[in-house]
Design a protein around this ligand. Structure first.
Ligand code: MN
Length: 247
């Protein structure tokens, strides 16, 4: 299994060649979490991936879309029993989305409560400029210990990182994260047994085009370099982490 890779946060359905990417991930054995941004997108993702070995479709309601699509929380709730995987969900307090922040919190609380009530869910969570609130809300609303959170593109402080670690969170790291010294320090401080890799494609770039799951090895190389570890050791660790996350 050591030639397998992990892209635990990718928007496969936002590429024009969505179906081809599914085949690529299967053929190249890239464990991929296909996150969605609206509940209405889930069914097609599910249908196209349900027979695959390496791709899982996640049910999302992206915080950046909450101002327009808050009503779709009802569709999200109806679909939740169909999947173990939830994402992309979370909070976003960047200037263009701050106006819906209160509404985002209401929706995120509902999502966490529903997951906690159902149990056994794995959530890929967005926390841009909101790490303290996201982490506190996970603590408050996701009490069920059978649920697990993967904080995607985490940019919080060291203190928030520690709190998230104590709550059992995992962290999916992409190649575009290590741009600042602070971010590099965060990537170094994530416990090796909580690390995963992601691309967040098509929202990151690789060689001047949107990154694809097949580019996720770049994140692996960066983590290895930052932590001064052998790439194969990191790869082995993240594959073990995937096993324990999904156990
Ligand atoms: Mn994303």
């Amino acid at each position: 299994m050591w030639d397998e890779l992990i892209d635990y946060h990718c928007h496969l359905d936002l590429y024009p060649h969505f179906e081809q990417l599914i085949l690529d991930c299967e053929r190249k054995r890239i464990h991929t979490l296909a996150v969605t941004t609206t509940p209405r997108a889930f069914d097609r993702n599910y249908q196209l991936t349900k027979e695959t070995k390496y791709i899982r479709a996640a049910l999302g309601l992206h915080p950046q879309l909450v101002s327009k699509l808050a009503g779709e929380i009802e569709i999200w709730k109806d679909l939740l029993p169909r999947t173990r995987y939830v994402g992309e969900v979370g909070l976003d307090a960047s200037p263009q989305h701050y106006g819906s922040f209160e509404q985002q919190k209401t929706i995120f609380a509902e999502i966490l409560s529903c997951c906690s009530a159902a149990g056994e869910k794995i959530l890929s969570v967005h926390s841009l400029r909101t790490a303290p609130t996201v982490v506190s809300m996970i603590e408050e609303y996701l009490e069920n210990p059978t649920c697990k959170v993967v904080l995607h593109w985490f940019t919080g402080s060291g203190k928030q990182l520690e709190k998230a670690i104590s709550l059992g969170c995992y962290f999916s790291v992409n190649a575009q994260m290590a741009v600042t010294h602070k971010q590099q320090e965060i990537i170094k401080q994530i416990p090796i047994d909580r690390l995963l890799t992601e691309t967040d494609g098509p929202f990151t770039y690789s060689g001047g085009r949107p990154a694809q799951p097949t580019d996720v090895g770049i994140a692996l190389n960066q983590i290895a370099k930052l932590r001064a570890m052998d790439k194969h050791e990191i790869k082995k660790a993240i594959l073990e982490n995937l096993k324990s996350l999904e156990a």
